[in-house]
Design a binder for this molecule. Structure first.
Ligand SMILES: NC(=O)c1ccc[n+]([C@@H]2O[C@H](COP(=O)([O-])OP(=O)(O)OC[C@H]3O[C@@H](n4cnc5c(N)ncnc54)[C@H](OP(=O)(O)O)[C@@H]3O)[C@@H](O)[C@H]2O)c1
Length: 325
């Protein structure tokens, strides 16, 4: 495994981040495809053994159960200071006034709830899952800064939003001497490259690390088209994505397959290797639901694509509307 700094911060993360959205009680929340504790255990163990140090979850995944499993399984295989735990706030946990969004009241209540579920006294990277237009950005940024000052959170990050919203939040922090975001977690993969227009150049300029979510387009880049899996049959959010440019997607997927066959590696390796070499990507957050998924993600770190392969992979892409937030 390789390690790198998260943007301009001093935090060192593994170049593959394990996404823990795949873990949690399938009966809770909206991820009926997620793996329970016993199925998740060998995957978390394999991740630690492969040198992955960085794990991403959210309060809303499986209505909190992803955090419970992540905290418990990391506790089985690693010491707390050997791992970086990233989680998120914003999503709806209930109907109460402190159970969604980014008000001061919600941020403090949800951070405490995440700490309890994770079984830790601090969160390494606390991310806002989305922008909340219903709350003054100064209120959100000051509440996040207070968590850092209280020692409950080490670094702040953000996730999918418009670049102008992210810039507003950073500006509010700068004006008031509050903690800035060190990372942006956004959707970026060979089938969704709209972030190349504004967000990625902004992150590069500002020294913000980039942690792409759904780097395999929820599996579409890792297998033959139309392959049915437990997740693909029931991934409600995922089924709304990647429907705008079906022909272009198909061509990209075919090139991924062709490059993989020529190099004698898996499709997942090719798609992740492409991402790993894109500036300013820090580390893709991979989702693993099967045995070979993790080893193929780890192997992607060592796959160097030629300039010609990179160009072939990118060529069939056509512009589309940003989606997923
Ligand atoms: N911030 C946000 O808004 C946001 C949104 C989404 C995700 N995330 C984060 O990003 C993480 C990853 O998201 P994701 O699970 O959608 O990412 P992904 O890596 O694009 O998709 C993972 C899926 O791809 C398939 N797959 C993975 N490796 C494979 C391989 N080697 N061969 C064949 N198929 C393979 C599996 O699908 P099957 O199960 O169908 O086989 C797996 O469930 C999440 O866990 C979460 O932490 C964040």
């Amino acid at each position: 495994m390789e390690y790198t700094r998260l943007g301009g911060s001093g935090l060192r993360v593994s170049r593959i981040v394990l996404g823990c959205m795949s873990f949690g009680d399938p009966g809770r929340g909206t991820h009926s495809w997620s793996l329970g504790k016993d199925e998740a255990r060998p995957l978390v163990r394999a991740a630690i053994e492969a040198g992955i140090t960085t794990f991403d979850t959210a309060n809303s995944y499986s209505l909190g159960d992803s955090e419970v499993l992540t905290g418990a399984l990391l506790g089985e295989f690693a010491k707390r200071d050997e791992v970086i735990i990233a989680t998120k706030v914003y999503g709806r946990m209930g109907e109460g006034p402190k159970e969604s969004g980014l008000s001061r009241a919600a941020i403090h209540a949800q951070a405490d709830a995440s700490l309890r579920r994770l079984g830790t006294d601090h969160i390494d990277l606390y991310q806002i899952h989305r922008y909340d237009p219903e709350v003054p950005v100064e209120e959100t940024m000051e509440a996040l800064h207070d968590l850092v000052r209280a020692g409950k959170v080490r670094y702040l990050g953000a996730s999918s939003m418009w670049t102008w919203q992210f810039a507003l939040a950073q500006h509010a922090a700068d004006l008031n001497g509050w903690t800035r975001f060190v990372s942006m977690q956004n959707q970026y993969n060979l089938l969704m490259r709209e972030e190349e227009r504004e967000m990625l150049p902004y992150c590069l300029d500002q020294g913000v690390g980039v942690l792409p979510w759904s780097p395999l387009a929820r599996g579409r880049l890792a297998r033959e088209p139309e392959t049915a899996t437990r997740r693909s049959a029931s991934d409600a959010f995922g089924s709304r994505l990647y429907r705008q440019a079906v022909e272009s997607d198909r061509e990209v997927i075919d090139v991924v397959g062709a490059v993989a066959a020529e190099r004698g590696v898996s499709r997942a390796q090719v798609a992740l290797a492409w991402l790993l070499h894109r500036e300013p990507v820090t580390a893709p957050i991979v989702g693993v639901t099967g045995d070979h998924h993790l080893s193929e993600a780890v192997a992607a770190v060592d796959l160097d694509l030629t300039d010609d392969e990179v160009a072939r992979l990118a060529a069939p892409y056509v512009p589309r509307l940003p989606e997923g937030f």
